[in-house]
Design a protein around this ligand. Structure first.
Ligand SMILES: [Zn+2]
Length: 329
């Protein structure tokens, strides 16, 4: 997956910072241990000197094999003694080494695979997170959590058009959303949230976003008008290097599009949204869409093909009742 130079630089800086921190902390730990057990420092120097001697032996030539064998045994013996010494004071040899966030690449971001240097999974993960954070910059993400969602404003009276009260319906929806977020995987189903404004769609989709981000997945939360303006900008931008919005939107673990139908609809916007959603569906990646439009209005705004393809595959949640925001004020 290609990223903009900015996202790449930011991500590499994050990994570098992890490495520096791990090494700084190791130096600090070492200093403390050596001041407590001064003999340990001498052991460490002797072990290092075995390695230096081995290097010299190879350089000098002669009976290298015998010399290396001898140095290796000496080093192993010293390491075993150091371990015993450390253990007697409640430490292990690992305490002298940095605790890297990623043991695979020692926080360098790269590993050797099939004789090639490739990006480590940890750096890829940071890139996804950074790219998502970039797109989430203006979303009110931190404002809505499941804990703040109140069912108090939903009526317990049975609504004439629906088989249950809006209170009962919201209990089910809340339960579904919590379960969705806590059991989310990048192969989870898509969700279609439908209903008038002020019934909690935005709150619940933000709560899902928060929970799923905290579980370490790459989530993008955007309103439909923002998606369109970003894609439009990308379409007409000359700097191809930084054109990664569409790719990030397509490849993030979860894409949440708020307020579908409130964007200024043009041929470009309908097509761009259809292509984006369709690409995700083809990849088996979930989308959460929420809209105030009913199915008929959606078909009128987009096309029947759009609605049946995009909405048809999603788990549908119908929000009904009276505007909670009005009741609160
Ligand atoms: Zn790594």
């Amino acid at each position: 997956m290609g990223y903009s130079a900015e996202v790449r630089k930011k991500s590499i800086d994050i990994i570098k910072e992890r490495k520096l921190t791990a090494e700084r902390q190791a130096d600090y730990r070492k200093e403390k241990i050596f001041s407590e057990i001064p003999e340990a420092e001498q052991y460490e120097r002797d072990i290092a000197s075995c390695a230096i001697k081995a290097g010299r032996a190879v350089f000098r030539g002669g009976d290298v094999k015998a010399e290396l064998e001898k140095l290796k045994n000496e080093s192993l013996k010293l390491q075993a003694e150091l371990e015993t010494l450390l253990k007697s004071k409640g430490y292990t040899p690992k305490d002298l080494e940095p605790f890297y966030t990623c043991e695979k690449c020692s926080d360098t971001g790269y590993i050797e695979k099939d004789n090639r240097t490739v990006m480590c999974a940890c750096l890829k993960k940071v890139m996804v997170e950074t790219a998502c954070a970039e797109l989430n910059k203006n979303s009110p993400l931190s404002l809505c959590r499941f804990e703040d969602f109140s069912l108090d404003y939903y009526s317990k009276e049975k609504s004439p058009e629906y088989p249950r009260s809006s209170y009962e319906q919201m209990c089910n929806i809340l339960e579904y959303c919590k379960r969705y977020a806590t059991s989310f995987t990048p192969k989870s189903e898509s969700v279609f949230m439908n209903g008038k404004t002020g019934l909690g769609k935005t709150h619940l989709s933000l709560a899902i976003a928060n929970e799923v981000i905290q579980r370490g997945f790459g989530v993008i939360y955007v309103s439909a008008p923002t998606v369109i303006s970003k894609l439009e900008k990308e379409q007409f931008s000359r700097n191809k290097e930084d054109n990664n919005t569409e790719q990030t939107l397509t490849e993030c673990d979860l894409l949440i599009v708020d307020d579908l139908g409130t964007e200024f609809t043009t041929q470009f916007s309908s097509k761009a949204l259809y292509n984006l959603f369709n690409s995700r569906l083809l990849l088996g990646k979930p989308i959460i869409i929420n809209t105030n439009l009913n199915l008929k209005e959606l078909e009128d705004t987009y096309t029947q093909r759009f609605v049946s393809r995009i909405i048809g595959e999603a788990h549908r949640l119908d929000f009904f009742g009276r505007d909670v925001r009005l009741l609160k004020s």
